[in-house]
Design a protein around this ligand. Structure first.
Ligand code: F0G
Length: 450
């Protein structure tokens, strides 16, 4: 049950089927090209798309827009210290800004950086700093229904160190929850193991904490040691093992823009390097590319994210969407993760070969069938990879209600009917940008049967 009610609303409208067909055609069968006013239920991402509380809106009004020494920064610092346990805070405009600041200060040419699974921007920033990002997920992570399928395989980190030398591994990363692996959580025990490996290698342990509160909720549900603990307690315990955090406030900071790096009080040399980069790339280190009011809203959001009543409803809502789809025989990964439901598009549309992008075909059908916008995370988004053909339905925080979830489930039913009638076609690319890795943002396609 939602422990809040609405005070501000945004009207949404479901364009009729003919309009949706036209919009899809005009968008080149790429939903990134749709106008949001033409989308009825927008599950493209949970990042920066959530609803702020009245306390956050009130904090906006009190934002201090001073270039240096802003009071809003002091509020952020005390929130990060209270909620996450880090004393030093370097704000950034969003998560990838924080990644640029930290990884540029930490990583050198020729280094290797292991992570349970690198999110795309993390991978890109590590590569940009001259190092090699190495994924170390559990073998067959998504095969069973594991409690902590997002965990880092620490044995793989040790193998990597044997292969390349510990001195080539400046940092060990853990991303909680593991966005690239169906939003699956990481246990506290696993973070303790990661800490031990980092100590063996004399490396810095960094946690990408952007969904730290969702992760903490799973820990208290599934890790025996934390039964009965509050989300706030689990979050602090889990983050206590890290030397640094990178944070996108657009997720569990409950804001529409913002991020930061968190460091320990005694991390002088790293702090100095990161501080310099922050000024160069983000802005002075008491605002970091954000307006003071946005800093103020994030300070409030971080505290709200670990309130039991909020987080329970949040994770339950994602689970409910997963159940509604599974009840209709949609192949979804279960247990569901913290922020999204992941659909196996190859299993849902078995007639469409990988070369014709079954995931993207499903994404287009969801829009055609019900004005629902999802995102493809398979062979269209990741060319030359052997990732599964996943479609992600990410739920914005505190935004949609049960009737919207029903609508999404009914839309899947209508897509299944079209599939069974042989009406769904694969797609081919008609226009591709130069950087293939970024093609799902801007490439255009057309149905094979046209
Ligand atoms: N790390 C993780 C695990 C993320 O999921 C994201 C963003 C970032 C870093 C970068 O943060 O967007 O604030 O610059 N994920 C979004 C998504 C974009 O849709 O999953 P950002």
């Amino acid at each position: 049950m939602r422990a809040y009610k609405s005070k501000v609303v945004t009207p949404i409208r479901l364009p009729d089927r003919e309009e949706r067909e036209t919009n899809l055609d005009r968008a080149g069968y790429n939903v990134f090209n749709l106008d949001s006013s033409d989308v009825f239920v927008d599950l493209l991402t949970d990042s920066g798309t959530g609803t702020m509380s009245d306390a956050q809106w009130a904090a906006l009004m009190r934002g201090d827009e001073a270039y240096a020494g802003s009071e809003s920064f002091d509020r952020l610092k005390s929130a990060v210290s209270d909620v996450m346990g880090f004393e030093r805070v370097i704000p950034a405009h969003q998560g990838r800004g924080a990644e640029n600041v930290l990884y540029g200060a930490l990583v050198e040419d020729g280094d290797y950086v292991p992570n349970n699974t690198h999110f795309d921007t993390t991978r890109a920033h590590i590569a940009n700093a001259g190092a090699e990002p190495v994924d170390c997920p559990l073998d067959g992570a998504l095969a069973g229904d594991r409690d902590f399928a997002g965990n880092l395989d620490v044995a793989k980190v040790r193998d990597l160190a044997d292969e390349v030398g510990a001195e080539k591994i400046p940092a060990v990363l853990v991303t909680i929850t593991n966005n690239s692996l169906a939003g699956q959580p990481v246990s506290v025990e696993n973070v303790r193991e990661a800490r031990a490996v980092a100590d063996e290698l004399d490396a810095v342990l960094v946690i990408d904490a952007c969904r730290f509160a969702e992760n903490a909720h799973f820990v208290r549900e599934r890790e025996a040691e934390f039964e009965g603990a509050s989300v706030a307690e689990v979050a602090r315990e889990q983050l206590s093992y890290a030397d640094a955090i990178v944070m996108s406030g657009k997720k569990d900071g409950l804001v529409n823009i913002g991020g930061f790096v968190g460091l320990r009080e005694d991390a002088d040399a790293l702090y100095e390097r990161a501080h310099e980069r922050a000024i160069l790339f983000e802005g002075f280190t008491t605002y970091g590319g954000m307006a003071g009011r946005d800093v103020a809203a994030m300070a409030v959001g971080l505290r709200e994210a670990v309130e039991d009543s909020y987080i329970r409803d949040r994770v339950e809502q994602v689970r409910r969407l997963g159940d509604l789809l599974a009840d209709r025989d949609v192949p979804v990964h279960r247990p569901t993760g913290g922020h999204a439901v992941y659909v196996d598009a190859a299993a849902f549309l078995p007639e469409i070969p990988r070369a014709e992008f079954p995931g993207q075909a499903l994404v287009c059908e969801l829009y055609r069938g019900g004005g629902v916008r999802a995102v493809e995370l398979g062979s269209f988004a990741f060319p030359d990879s052997n990732r599964p053909e996943l479609v992600r339905l990410a739920l914005p925080r505190r935004t949609y209600g049960a009737d919207h979830l029903e609508h999404v489930a009914e839309t899947f039913e209508s897509v299944a009917e079209r599939r069974d009638a042989g009406e769904i076609s694969g797609l081919e690319i008609t226009k591709e940008p130069e950087m293939a890795e970024l093609r799902h943002f801007s490439a255009e396609l057309r149905p094979m049967n046209e």
